[in-house]
Ligand binder design. Structure first.
Ligand SMILES: C[S@@+](CC[C@H](N)C(=O)[O-])C[C@H]1O[C@@H](n2cnc3c(N)ncnc32)[C@H](O)[C@@H]1O
Length: 302
């Protein structure tokens, strides 16, 4: 039962929320420019590459986008801000700086920004606003897109890299948007002259993925699964019918509903119990709605 004091606090914040909701469609971060050290560290952590397009969600006076453009002549930029005056001033500044052909500032809500063609997303907004943008980023940005934010984190999505110098300076964090691998996958591989169907099921939470695999009636846990952007790798150790106990490592790129890469395996040499041969073969997996992993197994263990 809440105390009278905490009940009053809840009622007061609910009233504030109702009053606020009449004026604003969602939470809002007013314009405060990032300090220049944070801007420098954000651009540095973004590790910009040739041809990258960056976007700043809530670009203010454009300082982060301008710093990114200045750091590399082959980078393009987009700024979106809800404040029309700041957008107009940023576009004027782009002309003055001679970079108007590489950047555009749009009067737009961050929730409407097109994230499908950018390589880096910068944010320095109130923590709730950044957290509210998280599902949009995960749903729309391409796997491999880097997200760089200063001061606050993105809730339970753990960053892949942190620059935290301490001494009162803001931490700057970088996340890499992971490919979606959750669910069923299937691939065939001819190993030791025998064709085997692999049926895997992945579970995923952000960039953390785990999986299991079935071949025939044998099941194993995928080892050392690493998902970074669209790059996926893991190992399998299991006995394959007609081949023996093998170790495999699979590396590939997730492209929507397919994974393409290579399988490297160590297989027993036929007729020689002691020797193993290294083999490599292409890996092409496809996403399946009804993974064979869940198919009937039966009770025959032989
Ligand atoms: C804290 S300032 C950051 C400005 C700039 N990114 C920087 O670091 O210097 C936040 C900016 O986000 C803008 N903003 C707030 N809510 C927004 C929204 N929903 N969509 C787009 N811009 C927003 C504000 O107008 C403001 O310019």
């Amino acid at each position: 039962m809440p105390s009278r004091r905490s009940f009053l606090a809840i009622a007061a914040s609910a009233a504030a929320l109702r009053a606020g909701s009449a004026a604003a469609q969602e939470r809002f971060s007013p314009f405060v420019g990032s300090n220049l050290d944070n801007v420098r560290r954000m651009v540095e952590l973004a590790a910009l590459r040739a041809g990258d397009t960056v976007i700043d969600l809530g670009s203010g006076d454009g300082r982060i986008v301008f710093a990114a453009l200045q750091s590399r002549p082959d980078v393009r930029g987009i700024g979106v801000d809800i404040n029309a005056e700041l957008v107009q001033k940023s576009n004027a500044a782009a002309l003055e700086r001679g970079v108007a052909d590489r950047v555009r500032f749009l009067h737009q809500n961050a929730f409407d920004a097109d994230l499908t063609k950018v390589d880096v997303i910068f944010m320095w907004l109130f923590p709730e606003l950044m957290r509210l943008l998280r599902p949009k980023i995960l749903a729309q940005a391409r796997p491999g897109t880097r997200v760089v934010a200063a001061t606050w984190d993105l809730g339970s999505w753990p960053p892949d890299m942190i620059d935290d110098p301490g001494g009162g300076a803001s931490p700057v964090r970088r996340w890499v948007v992971p490919a979606r691998v959750e669910g069923g996958w299937q691939w065939d591989a001819t190993i030791g002259g025998v064709s085997h169907r692999f049926s895997a099921v992945f579970e995923q939470r952000m960039q953390h993925a785990e999986g299991v695999v079935r071949v025939g009636n044998r099941r194993e846990i995928l080892q050392h699964v690493i998902l970074r952007g669209d790059a996926l790798q893991f190992g399998i150790r299991m006995t394959l019918r007609g081949v023996g106990y093998i170790g495999m490592s699979l590396t590939g790129r997730v492209r929507g509903d397919t994974i393409e890469g290579m399988i490297h395996a160590q297989v027993p040499r036929p007729g020689d119990d002691e020797a193993m041969d290294d083999i490599s073969l292409p890996w092409r997996a496809r996403r399946v709605a009804s993974p064979g992993f869940f198919g009937v197994t039966g009770t025959d263990l032989n």
